[in-house]
Structure formats: structure tokens, C-alpha cells
Ligand binder design. Structure first.
Ligand SMILES: [Zn+2]
Length: 593
């Protein structure tokens, strides 16, 4: 291992060429910068004076405006005679200006070339926007309820008359809170009594200012008998289970498509399942015939695979579960499961023993690792024959000196892409690359660096993705699960809205979900900020969708701010591509050494 360690430290030195520490030329063990940064993605923008925002004269009620554009970085830049200090290396700039009521003319001068922009500030009225329409007619998506009282709500102009028709019942809704002026959007509420059955939609009628209109709710209502415990199936992978009837509460589990359970309670937007947590109603489907969810396990088997091991529970239901992993064990608690007793893990290279316990509601399987930190992650899969497979991802060994990552698979996830440009950036899409161009260029650089170390790299977003297509978030997670990948690296750029002083937001931050990812994420972030000189903002726990992945260590890296001219230009540089590629590769090497 000592040779490998030496290699890693040499590589780290190589990666530091952009950091504050001076590094001797012989400190680098590879000389492929040109190869790595040659991504084919155009990150250039004009180096002449342009105004990207606003693209034409604008009118606003705001007191400040953030003007941005490109310039010739070799020449002075002034806005109304005041020098622009914060400019990117390629000439991108942004200035927050104060607006007086009326016309504001700004002259931008770049070494004698001038452009003007006119921003008109209108005096705002009372500030409250008004409406003549009825919106947010409940249910806005297919809803579930128990027989009994059901609350209808919608948003409509204050001072209106709103009625709702459900089947043969018509009720008048009441405005929940009075507003100062008629026409300001207000919430209206009313209650109906529902009986078991299904209601395809609710018809709302709005009467306002002598006009009348009707709106159908977008969703239907399935009404269960008051004492029913309907069987439901999760319809989306990585569905969050919340601790309470509130999406801002802690999450206690994460369920995959097919997970089957019973509803025990219903809230406005969430349903409580028998495993003891709440999921969004939009992520459940009712299972016809209300089948039993008791899962009697007939047999338990264990299999060894190339990248890990598999526990197979031969039963008939896709049981819901709560789980976690730490350096010593993997904990899995399956609900409504029976028939598992302590089984043999002699075949396993990862685990030395298993402890199975059960109560009236669940079966808990705790698998103790032979060696701390030898398991990268796990994945619970529901099979068509009713069995459940749990995959345990084995930490790969470093390979040869030349190709240390030859047995490592990495999913590199370029944020956004295709129809989703992500954040527009300082040059506002009209003149320069958007977040998705920048993330793809960095992802390609990371891919090349990892491949030069022997890794098998899977790009979650193809470079050929058509402009009208997207790779949605759960597809990105699914790619990682299907590949039984060892690492997942998601690259993004940060951005703040134009009303804040965008110049001031800068730096890199990283988000992780599983504990196993925390040090890895932190390590990559530290290397990235050292390599680029960017401000280190922090390492944070988060349930961003792409982070909700238990199969392998991973993170979502916000590399820098595309709303900050200096960082926007740096993110478009070869330095940034090379620094990021090295930070990620070094982080993986460190993790595995
Ligand atoms: Zn993003």
C-alpha cells in the first residue's frame, strides 16, 4: 500500500498547481492537462462590450437593478464614469445600480466604446398584485380521503363569491382572511361531507365584478370507507418518508417504486403509512382489491457478485423499510414482514454476523461488517417474482500504480442539460454559456481524469442530449443504482437572483446525504477550493434528490456562482476544469487508499 500512498500524495501535489502552495514541476506525475481540458464544449463569450441584462430598455418598480455584460478585459470599464472593480478574467462584469423614480440612463464605457441602457422605475402602487381568476382549485392533483368532512380550498379575488359543486352537493366557500382591497388574491374555504366512492373532479364557480366563470379541479378524489386501511404502492423511486404530516419535518425513510404498504391516516397533502411515516399523496397509487401486505419470507439466500453481495428475501410483497448504514453495520427494518430467523452469512466476505429480530409490525436485519468502512452502500430492490434483493456495495481495491481506479465505477452527473439550462449566469444565455454548459464541460474533464486513472465512468447526461430533452432527477439516481456504481459525483453551479448584490455571493459548497459521503464530499471541496482559490462555503447535509442515493458515496457540488462575474469567468477557464477534475479524482483516490 505504501507505493499507492506515495502515488496519491504525488497526485495531490500535482493537483495543487493552482493553490497557494508552490509546487515543484517534478511533483506532477502526469502531464495531461491539455487532454483533460479539451472537452469540446464552448465556454467562450464575447470579449467586446455587450449588455446582457437588460437586453433592452426595461421598466421596473424595484429600487435597484443588476446590470451585467461582457467587455474587453484589457481596457478600462466604467458605468456612468465610475470604474467597475469586480470584473472576471475574460471581461464579464456586473454592477448593481440604484434607480430613481423615472428614467435612469446608464452609459457603459469600455476603453472608448460606449453603450447605454435605460431603466425606468415606476412608482409602485399599494404593492399587492390583483387577480380576476380562480386558481389552486383543490384537489390540484389526485387526492385521497376517508369518508367524512372534506375541506375544499381555492385562491380567488378578494370580495368574490365562490361556490363549489361536488357530486350533487353545492357549497359556498368563505374567504379565509379579509384584505384591504378587493381583487387581491385570497384563500377561500368550504367543507363538504364525502361518502365512500370516487369523485372525478370538483367544479368551482367564481362570481366577481359582475362576471362569472367555472374552473374544474385538476385532480380527482378517491374516498375510502371511514374505517378502511387501503393498500397503496409507491409510484416513484427515492420517495421521501417524513416523520410528521409536514414536508419540513425530518425524513425517516426513503422508498422506491413498488414499495407496498397501507394508509393509516390522511392529511391534506400527505398520507401516513403503516411503517410510521408520511409520504406525499402524489407518490402513492391505490392497489386494486386491497391485497394483504403481510410478507411471509419462505427462504433467505446470499449471493456473491463482482462488485458486492446480495441478500435475497424470498417472499411475496415489496415491503416498506427503514434503513441506515454506519462504518460497522447495515441496519434494515422491513415492515409487515415475517418468517426471517438468524441466517448464515458464512459465504459473505463483507459481513461477519447477522442479527435478526422481530416484533408484531416488523423484522429487523442488522449485518455487522468484518472490516469497518468496507461497505460503500446498499440498495433495496423489488423483484417481479415478489422477492426482495438487498445489494451491498463492496469497497473496491485500488489497482495497479498506473491504473489505480481500474476496478472503480463512477457516475459523473452534469447538472441540468438539454431543455434545462440551469442558472443563466452573468451573460444571461444571450451571450455566454449557461450552467448546463459549464457543468457538462467540467463533467467531461472529470471523466477524462478518472479514465486516465483506469476508472469506468458513466455520464448520466449524454453530450448528445437533444435541446428539447431532459434527464430527470430520478433517472440520474436510477443510473447509479443500475450500474452498482462506487461513486456518484453531481456537478452544479450556484446562482443568486438579480435583486441581491450578486457580486458578493461566491465560493464552493457541497451537499451529501449518507454519512459515508461526508468526509469524501468535504475532501473534494477542500481540494477544489485550494486548487481554484475559491472561497470554501461548507459541507452540508441535504436531501437533494440526486443525493438521495444509498448505493454509494456521492455528493452534489456547487462549484461556484455563475451570477458572480469573477467566478463565472473562472468557471469558464481551463484552470477550473483541470482543478475540478483533479479534486474529484484525488478525493476518490484518498477515499480508497
Ligand atoms: Zn444546478
Amino acid at each position: 500500500m505504501s507505493k499507492k500512498k506515495a502515488l496519491v500524495s504525488l497526485l495531490l501535489c500535482g493537483a495543487m498547481i493552482f493553490g497557494a502552495l508552490p509546487v515543484s514541476a517534478e511533483g506532477r506525475t502526469y502531464d495531461d492537462r491539455e487532454e483533460i481540458v479539451k472537452t469540446g464544449i464552448d465556454l467562450t463569450a464575447p470579449t467586446t462590450l455587450t449588455i446582457a441584462k437588460p437586453l433592452k430598455a426595461v421598466t421596473t418598480t424595484a429600487a435597484k437593478y443588476y446590470i451585467t455584460g461582457s467587455s474587453d478585459p484589457e481596457k478600462n470599464l466604467t458605468v456612468n464614469g465610475v470604474a467597475v472593480e469586480d470584473r472576471g478574467r475574460f471581461g464579464s462584469w456586473g454592477v448593481q445600480v440604484n434607480l430613481a423614480v423615472g428614467k435612469n440612463v446608464f452609459t457603459i464605457n469600455n476603453g472608448g466604446t460606449t453603450q447605454t441602457v435605460t431603466i425606468t422605475r415606476e412608482k409602485g402602487d399599494s404593492g399587492a398584485a390583483k387577480t380576476t381568476k380562480l386558481t389552486a382549485a383543490k384537489p390540484t392533483a389526485n387526492d385521497y380521503a376517508f369518508a367524512g368532512e372534506y375541506t375544499l380550498t381555492c385562491t380567488a379575488p378578494s370580495g368574490a363569491k365562490v361556490t363549489a359543486k361536488v357530486g350533487s352537493q353545492t357549497v359556498e366557500l368563505e374567504q379565509a382572511v379579509a384584505t384591504a382591497e378587493d381583487g387581491v388574491p385570497a384563500t377561500y374555504k368550504g367543507t363538504v361531507l364525502l361518502e365512500e366512492g370516487s369523485i372525478s373532479s370538483v367544479t368551482y364557480t367564481l362570481s366577481f365584478n359582475g362576471q362569472s366563470s367555472t374552473v374544474e379541479s385538476a385532480g380527482s378524489i378517491t374516498v375510502f370507507a371511514a374505517d378502511a386501511k387501503p393498500t397503496v404502492r409507491i409510484n416513484q423511486n427515492s420517495t421521501t418518508v417524513y416523520e410528521t404530516n409536514d414536508t419540513s419535518s425530518n425524513f425517516v425513510a426513503m422508498l422506491n417504486e413498488g414499495a407496498t404498504d397501507k394508509i393509516v391516516e390522511l392529511g391534506d397533502n400527505l398520507a401516513k403509512l403503516s411503517l410510521g411515516g408520511w409520504v406525499k399523496k402524489e407518490f402513492i397509487d391505490v392497489v386494486e382489491g386491497d391485497p394483504s401486505i403481510e410478507n411471509k419470507i419462505e427462504k433467505v439466500s446470499w449471493e456473491l457478485g463482482e462488485g458486492g453481495e446480495y441478500l435475497i428475501l424470498h417472499g411475496s410483497v415489496a415491503s416498506t423499510f427503514k434503513s441506515y448504514m454506519n462504518s460497522e453495520k447495515v441496519y434494515l427494518r422491513f415492515y409487515n414482514m415475517k418468517g426471517v430467523s438468524n441466517f448464515n452469512v458464512d459465504k459473505s466476505e463483507l459481513f461477519e454476523r447477522v442479527q435478526v429480530s422481530s416484533d408484531s409490525r416488523s423484522t429487523t436485519i442488522e449485518l455487522y461488517c468484518k472490516e469497518a468502512d468496507s461497505v460503500l452502500g446498499y440498495d433495496v430492490r423489488y423483484n417481479e417474482d415478489g422477492s426482495i434483493t438487498v445489494f451491498f456495495n463492496a469497497k473496491p481495491q485500488l489497482g495497479s500504480e498506473d491504473l489505480p481506479l481500474e476496478s472503480v465505477t463512477v457516475v459523473v452527473d452534469a447538472g441540468h442539460g438539454g431543455a434545462d439550462p440551469g442558472a443563466l449566469g452573468v451573460l444571461n444565455a444571450a451571450f455566454g454559456p449557461t450552467e448546463d454548459d459549464i457543468t457538462m464541460a467540467h463533467a467531461l474533464a472529470v471523466q477524462k481524469r478518472l479514465e486516465s486513472l483506469g476508472a469506468n465512468v458513466i455520464m448520466s447526461v449524454p453530450t448528445t442530449l437533444p435541446q428539447n430533452k431532459k434527464v430527470v432527477l430520478h433517472e440520474r439516481v436510477q443510473i447509479t443504482r443500475d450500474a452498482e456504481a462506487d461513486f456518484f459525483v453531481s456537478l452544479h453551479c450556484n446562482s443568486v437572483g438579480g435583486s441581491a448584490n450578486d457580486l458578493k455571493s461566491e465560493g464552493s459548497e457541497v451537499y451529501y446525504y449518507e454519512n459515508v459521503s461526508r468526509d469524501f464530499a468535504k475532501d473534494v471541496l477542500t481540494a477544489l477550493t485550494e486548487n481554484t482559490g475559491r472561497n470554501l462555503r461548507g459541507t452540508y447535509y441535504s436531501n437533494y434528490f440526486v443525493n438521495r442515493n444509498t448505493t454509494c458515496p456521492g455528493f452534489l457540488l456547487e462549484m461556484g456562482f455563475v451570477s458572480n462575474p469573477k467566478e463565472y469567468d473562472q468557471l469558464r477557464s481551463e484552470d477550473s476544469l483541470f482543478a475540478t477534475a483533479n479534486a474529484v479524482a484525488d478525493g476518490i483516490l484518498n477515499f480508497l487508499q
